[in-house]
Design a protein around this ligand. Structure first.
Ligand SMILES: Cc1cc2nc3c(=O)[nH]c(=O)nc-3n(C[C@H](O)[C@H](O)[C@H](O)COP(=O)(O)O)c2cc1C
Length: 336
């Protein structure tokens, strides 16, 4: 496969990156992706057994250290750790997570939901490479100015949190590529070699996938959640939550009622309250309700719209092998 600046920058064989996914991108998946020649990314809640653990900073730090050490016992290859900066309590938690991760010695930081100015210098000072997550040209330029090493551009098709400007991958990537000099990584709607070759054609130097890696044997998502991805077709997901923070999930009773609340003009607080509780969630918040407890009717089943083309659970290594082989076949077929 074509070697790009992303391969050189991160010391990886293939420019294929596994996106972080909260609870379900633990050390086992991260190491499997990196070992297969891609780049695995540890998710913010990796290794958490229940949501109570997330409230205690000492526990959060201990768990992160354990997960980083576990990755290092499973692979000698480079890996990344996700820091969704956020604000308030989440910001304090991520500052603590960054300090612990630097102490453990991580090669690459994946920074989302925050200013690229906040931590880039601090990470560079100790030799950590920085990937910043963006959803528009404006934010890609800001990240470049702050000195990040590469940007991941998330299109509207992607699973989980997406940009408010609703820019699909196919229009976002070429515009960002034209606007910045640092390498651009394409995300949103990519699950196989076709997406990889298309991303290269648009000028991206790597791809970043969440939903495809959700449906792998090493991913610890609840089996109901994996099955929902396998069962999904092209129209199964919806982007919702324009008032409280837009994300893409599989359509279910939760997304339906959430959209009804927005349609009748419910206040921000009323919608937030519904996101937090209701629907007999047995004490779970919406995301872990789906991911950990397998409640795919009332949980938040984050998933990209490419799920319709994912029809089986395979190993992470198999995902990467198929992309590498498929890449060669497509390139051959495109030659005159
Ligand atoms: C279940 C799920 C959970 C996610 N959790 C996170 C997260 O914790 N942090 C983050 O930066 N992105 C998160 N994402 C976004 C992914 O890292 C990635 O950007 C996205 O999945 C790419 O689009 P795709 O699903 O079409 O491959 C999540 C996505 C999914 C599907």
């Amino acid at each position: 496969m074509k070697r790009t600046r992303i391969c050189e920058l991160f010391g990886i064989e293939y420019p294929i990156i596994q996106g972080p996914m909260a609870w379900i991108t633990r050390a086992e998946l991260v190491a499997a992706v990196s070992d297969a020649g891609g780049l695995g990314t540890l998710g913010p809640a990796a290794g958490e057994k229940n949501q109570e653990e997330a409230k205690d900073l000492d526990t959060v730090e201990k768990r992160l250290r354990e997960q980083i050490r576990k990755i290092k016992t499973l692979t000698g290859k480079p890996f990344a750790v996700n820091f969704p900066i956020g604000w308030g309590k989440q910001k304090i938690m991520n500052e603590r997570r960054i300090a612990a991760a630097l102490d453990e010695g991580i090669p690459i930081a994946n920074v989302s939901m925050g200013s690229p100015e906040a931590f880039t210098q601090k990470l560079h000072d100790v030799g950590v490479k920085v990937i910043h997550i963006v959803t528009s040209v404006k934010h890609a330029k800001k990240a470049e100015k702050a000195g990040v090493d590469a940007v991941v551009c998330i299109g509207y098709e992607a699973g989980g949190h997406i940009g408010p400007d609703e820019l699909p991958t196919f229009v976002l990537i070429p515009q960002v590529v034209d606007a910045v000099k640092i390498p651009v990584i394409a995300a949103g709607g990519i699950a196989d070699a076709r997406g990889l070759v298309a991303a290269f054609a648009l000028g991206a130097e790597g791809v970043y996938m969440g939903t495809r890696f959700l449906a792998t044997s090493e991913c610890n998502a609840h089996s109901n959640m994996k099955q929902a991805v396998i069962d999904a077709d092209d129209t199964s997901t919806v982007a919702f939550g324009r008032r409280t923070g837009i994300s893409r999930c599989i359509k279910n009773a939760y997304t339906k009622h959430h959209m009804e609340l927005e349609a009748i003009g419910a206040t921000f607080e009323e919608i937030r309250e519904y996101e937090r509780c209701g629907d007999n969630l047995k004490g779970w918040r919406r995301v872990p309700a789906a991911i950990i407890d397998g409640n795919i009717e009332y949980g938040s089943v984050a998933c990209g719209s490419i799920a319709g083309s994912i029809n089986e659970i395979v190993s992470a290594q198999e995902v990467i092998r198929r992309m590498a082989d498929g890449y060669q076949e497509i390139i051959k077929s495109l030659r005159d």
